[in-house]
Write a protein that binds this ligand. Structure first.
Ligand code: MG
Length: 329
């Protein structure tokens, strides 16, 4: 029998988080899990009711009754990885392959040129921009950005465009600049035919539309080129198998969750990088900057687009876990 404890937290976004979530405070819970072998591991549980997840309190209540949501199952899988490394007294990030991350822009209306100059200085080579709210303004901003800055751009539409508005968006951007758009993520609800057409305009990346894909019926060439994998939300082994089978590029990202979730995403990305150095693109794990700093985010030692270390055993944060108040579930 597993034993569970939880600690509820909130995260305060610094700006709007994208087309799915405005600037509202977000809620989640840290989980402490003990296995019958006495090993203890930690993970995050950060539901996105906007994506159809059950609310946090319902998920926690269900754990006490022995019902585990798919998010909780992922948390257990991640916590077990932490427990194995933690019980050996090792730090998960020491000796791990280094993974570069993109810079996330959740609200481009709040980004100043000075900020962009600063992130270039820090060594970022790619930015990911959340779009899908006002496509015309966004296309103008993206074009201006590409003209002014020698950085790669990833666009995340969160399925808020349509086949027509996506085509208009792409066509309004100077063709000479378009090759610097690395990919467009979830332009609109997944459909093999309309995605195949859109994939001719810009390389597409599959993220939240992942569950709609019937993998066993897919045939090459696929209507997308990249698969975004969130270890907090997806069975990673299955997703990596799909990517391998079809020769897709992979990007590991956080779920815009707590630094504990980010640490797990970074660990998964580093482990994958060792085996897939070319198939794994820049990842999207350093999302702690999207929220007001807390004790956990300030314990992460980050240099530019890389995580350097999180001191402690396992995924780190030992002293913070020790002083956290835990509630048995
Ligand atoms: Mg996305």
């Amino acid at each position: 029998m597993l034993k569970f404890w939880s600690h509820k937290y909130t995260l305060q976004p610094l700006t709007s988080l994208g087309a799915l979530a405005e600037g509202k405070v977000r809620s989640g819970a840290l989980l402490k899990i003990q296995w019958p072998d006495q090993k203890i591991g930690y993970a995050d549980l950060h539901p996105w009711p906007e994506l159809g997840d059950a609310e946090l309190d319902a998920q926690l209540a269900a754990i006490s009754k022995g019902h585990l949501s798919h998010l909780v199952e992922q948390s257990i899988w991640l916590a077990r990885k932490d427990a194995m490394i933690r019980s050996g007294g090792k730090n998960a990030f020491q000796g791990l392959a280094k993974v570069k991350n993109h810079f996330l822009i959740t609200d481009f209306t709040r980004v100043e040129d000075l900020t962009i100059e600063e992130i270039k200085k820090q060594g970022f080579t790619t930015v990911k921009v959340k779009v899908g709210r006002r496509l015309e303004d966004e296309a103008k901003w993206v074009e201006k950005f590409l003209r002014m800055h020698q950085l790669g751009v990833r666009l995340d539409f969160n399925s808020k465009a349509t086949p027509d508005s996506f085509e208009r968006f792409v066509n309004s951007i100077n063709p000479a600049l378009r090759p610097r758009i690395e990919y467009a993520e979830d332009p609109f609800a997944y459909d093999p035919e309309t995605w195949a057409a859109a994939n001719q305009l810009l390389p597409l990346a599959l993220d939240q539309e992942y569950d709609r894909v019937q993998w066993d019926k897919l045939k090459a060439p696929l209507p997308f080129k990249v698969v975004v994998i969130k270890p907090a939300r997806q069975d990673m082994k299955k997703a990596v198998d799909h990517a391998n089978k079809f020769g897709l590029k992979m990007v590991i990202t956080s779920a815009l969750d707590h630094p504990v979730g980010i640490a797990h995403a970074l660990l998964c990305a580093g482990e994958l990088k060792k085996f897939y150095p070319n198939q794994l693109l820049d990842c999207g794990c350093l999302s702690q900057r999207s929220y007001k700093a807390n004790d956990f985010s300030t314990s992460m030692i980050v240099q530019g687009s890389y995580l350097v270390e999180i001191p402690g055993t396992g995924i780190g944060f030992d002293h913070l876990f020790d002083k956290t108040t835990w509630t048995a579930l």
